[in-house]
Design a protein around this ligand. Structure first.
Ligand code: NAD
Length: 508
């Protein structure tokens, strides 16, 4: 690893765009062989910057730095760790607008959503800062006299956080804040499409006084940085969010070394609309959930399961409202829907139109890349509604991850729930109904990690467990107290103050 480094995340300014560094051991450094990748605004193709295209050398350096930092960080009292996280929250709040604008340029989501993305980081920082004064263990009676028994939480060690591009500040915040408050040190591998948002978060940590090496950020691809990190023998835990395909590969690689892994993967989320639903409200909830972030949320609604009596009116209203959605740059405040993250994702979304047609679905509106005027410079796709969709069709089963919504008609609440549950994923679901009994049944029987009543499928709050069932994950939860379960080990401690050898479980 060469020693060249800069005081800030910008290694040097160039005529066209800045060159950014990794953060390793508190220093901003280029890749050792100077390799770089360009990153572009998905709405217009403008060059945002050059980022290190790192490899094994940088992974080794970052893990070594995290390992050194762990020796001190684990012994830093958790309330002191919390004070640093509290400052992170304050600085993120102060810099919210600056970071949100960067995030919108890099990822494409509209500015109000980008602010929300950063706000999740603020909220999580304050929440986890408070956990520094809790991190509750357990004190329990011993079965023997003059003996105390307790369970305490300990950090794991060096953990890897591998994150996707769709929440470029929120997801790295969720993971790193839970990891750090628990006393772990971290190597973060951000998505290739959104490195700058993660570097800005790391800059905030550094400015808040986090010791060098406690958080390292290594930019690069999944195969050159992600997998070497997962496989590194000194990385003891892996927190991964991304696609099912990569999540499985990460799980298999980590299993070979008996590492603990948390996986937050795809979704195929549905909104159920019963005959008695408030359709005005349902339409708002569906539009926000299906076309917010251009449908690129793990919790995005991609299926509307509507009871027969409400189907025609709901379809009519959705087509009318979808026609009015304005596409554009996320920094333009008249924009409703931004671009897709990259050209290959736009192609992938479009490929589903042929699949939909050949399976017998109808494209009620949309179904084409959006290329009018300046939109042609970006990766825009028309907000799309598919009708005549049957539950078994590929568009109703596979995660499309774009602004494509399928309308599925059913007879009853029971059928709606069965259709909701009949997919390989189980992240989020929602029901619109005025019937308290139906809502209660839905809360019980919708087989997803998150259920909303009379709201869309998106909008999770950070103090509750976040995650899903079936193919959405491997049973862990992020956010809330659940996150601490992943990032801590339990240690049982017995203190015998009887002054003689007492033998547990032995009859005397
Ligand atoms: P992705 O799986 O392609 O990439 C995720 C991360 O893994 C990136 O940092 C990537 O560089 C890295 N990676 C890629 N190949 C790797 C490999 N072989 N080894 C190790 N790391 C590797 O996912 P994406 O396209 O960035 O994100 C979209 C997906 O993420 C969607 O499926 C979406 O549903 C999911 N997602 C899930 C949640 C959730 O909490 N359930 C949240 C957001 C996104």
């Amino acid at each position: 690893m060469q020693t060249q480094h800069a005081e800030t995340l910008v290694l040097h300014e160039a005529d066209d765009a800045p060159h950014y560094g990794n953060l390793i051991d508190g220093k901003w450094t280029p890749a050792s062989d100077e390799r770089e990748s360009e990153n572009h605004d998905p709405a217009n193709g403008e060059l945002i910057g050059y980022f290190p295209r790192s490899g094994q050398t940088e992974v080794d350096a970052a893990v070594a730095a995290a390992k050194r930092a762990f020796a001190l960080w684990r012994l830093t009292p958790a309330p002191k760790r919390g004070e640093i996280l509290f400052r992170v929250g304050q600085l993120l709040a102060e810099r919210k607008e600056e970071i949100a604008r960067i995030l919108t340029r890099e990822m494409g989501k509209v500015l109000v959503e980008a602010r929300g993305d950063v706000q999740e980081g603020v909220d999580m920082a304050f929440y986890m800062a408070g956990e520094g004064r809790r991190l509750f263990g357990a004190v329990t009676p011993s079965e023997l006299p003059n003996k105390a028994a307790m369970g305490v939480r300990e950090p794991l060690g060096v953990v890897a956080c591998v994150t996707p591009w769709n929440f470029p500040v929120a997801i790295p915040s969720w993971k790193t804040m839970a990891a750090l408050i628990s006393g772990n040190t971290v190597v973060l591998k951000p998505a290739t499409d959104t490195p700058l948002s993660a570097l800005k978060l790391a800059e905030v940590y550094a400015d808040a006084g986090l010791p060098p090496g406690a958080l390292n950020v290594v930019c690069g691809t999944g195969s050159e940085v992600g997998m070497p990190l997962v496989e590194h023998p000194d990385v003891v835990g892996v927190s991964f969010t991304g696609s099912n395909e990569v999540g499985r590969a990460v799980n298999v690689a980590a299993a070979a070394q008996l590492k603990r892994v948390t996986l937050e993967l795809g979704g195929k989320n549905a909104i159920l609309v019963l005959d008695d639903a408030d359709l005005d409200l349902a339409v708002e909830g569906i539009l926000w959930s299906a076309f917010g972030t251009a449908g690129q949320r793990c919790t995005a609604c991609s299926r509307v399961i509507v009871q027969r009596g409400a189907r025609a009116e709901l379809e009519r209203r959705l087509v009318e409202r979808i026609a009015g959605l304005r596409l554009g740059h996320g920094l333009d405040d008249t924009t409703d829907v931004g671009p897709l993250i990259n050209a290959s994702q736009a192609e992938r979304v479009h490929s589903y139109m042929a699949v939909a047609r050949s399976d017998g679905a109808t494209i009620a509106i949309g179904g084409e890349p959006a290329r009018d005027g300046t939109l042609a410079r970006g990766n825009f796709y028309q907000p799309t509604l598919l009708t005549e969709v049957k539950p078994g069709m590929r568009v109703a089963q596979e995660e499309i991850f774009g602004p494509v919504l399928s309308l599925i008609e059913v007879e009853s609440l029971e059928e709606a729930i069965a259709v909701n549950n009949g997919v390989a994923y189980g992240l989020s679901s929602a029901i619109f109904t005025q019937n308290v009994n139906a809502a209660q049944v839905a809360m019980r029987d919708l087989a997803t990690g998150i259920v909303y009543i009379n709201a869309g499928t998106i909008g999770a709050e950070i103090q509750l467990p976040f995650g899903g069932v079936r193919g959405t994950g491997n049973g862990h939860r992020e956010a809330g107290l659940g996150a601490l379960e992943f990032f801590t080990e339990w240690k049982a401690i017995y203190i015998d103050y009887s002054g003689k050898l007492q033998r547990a479980q032995i009859d005397s």
